[in-house]
Design a protein around this ligand. Sequence first.
Ligand code: MG
Length: 381
Amino acid sequence: MKQKKNIILLGSTGSIGLSSLRFLRENEDRFKLIGVSAHNNVKLLSQIVNEFNVPNVVLSNPKNANGYFGNHELNVGQSSLIDLAKINCDIVICGIIGMAGLHPSYAAISVGNNIALANKETLVAAGKIFIDKSVKSKAKILPVDSEHSAIFQCLDEQNINNLDFITLTASGGPFLKTPLKEFQKIKPKDAVKHPVWKMGQKISVDSATMFNKALEVIEASMLFELNSNKIKVIVHPEHIIHGLVHYKDGSIIANLGIPDMITPLSVALNWPLRVDLKTKKLSLSTIGNLSFYEPDFSKFPGLKFGWEALENPYCSPIVLNAANEIAVDAFLKNKIKFTEIYNIVEKTLNFYSPSKPKNIGDVIEIDKISRLNSINFVNMV
Ligand code: MG
């Protein structure tokens, strides 16, 4: 019998975590879950531990530990989370949201664990440092973000010099057809309704502002070591094509599929092989037509930060990401308007004088300062 791959799942109770569990449940013969973490949701974490019989368990927020009823010992706190990521395994899946994913992801690759990375903040904020480390430790980075998984699958390593550019597709979010004059009135409950993907609140708002695509431009630049002028974005509301690689001979290789995170997860966890997923498959004749538009920068000005931040690739992406997290949080708490998210990020970016972080500690420091700066800007609104 073939040996099972040992998997550690960080952020098991979030949207990526639940998709991962769905995949693991259907592929028990190939994979064994040996570690799980959650931040707050102790009830669901306990259920996962009992269902999958997971020996290594971490709740990163110790406050909720009392509610734990799993069959294996519970470890709590941030340092336990780092220790979990370092346990020798075949692949660590990182589905943690936001900057909280950086330390454990970095810890995982530092010890040579391969990583299926869904946490885009890791690559956005610490991309260069992270990639350098993975080269040294020989850890593979397997993208789970659907657009990056698409590019990863379409890239032909032998012809990298003949690559012209790549295109990331964007669904355009819930306000693609909303007139600009109505943007002032957008409420959190409208912004979290994504037309294609069911996701967490933060990333849904990022899709609505198209900041998500700005972060993805940076993510792609880091992951595939491409200059910003080699990355394009096109709005494609059906979101059937996830990414395209354009070669200099005029050929374009595209990746298509039903928008379901289980496919990119499966690609990452089985790479370079594929498995038969018992999931709904794409029927082109049912879809009929696919449409494409240039992004509207007057409605979604935040998108341009994807390219602008790459002018200072070590620092500006950290500031951009931090400011956006604060601004989105303020919007979700009804402290600022939807359109002010962009203003807060722009002010924070202009306020900070770029420096070059040398390690993860420096990244965290720039992140912290940027958060404080953007909180100040929020309070001035
Ligand atoms: Mg994506």
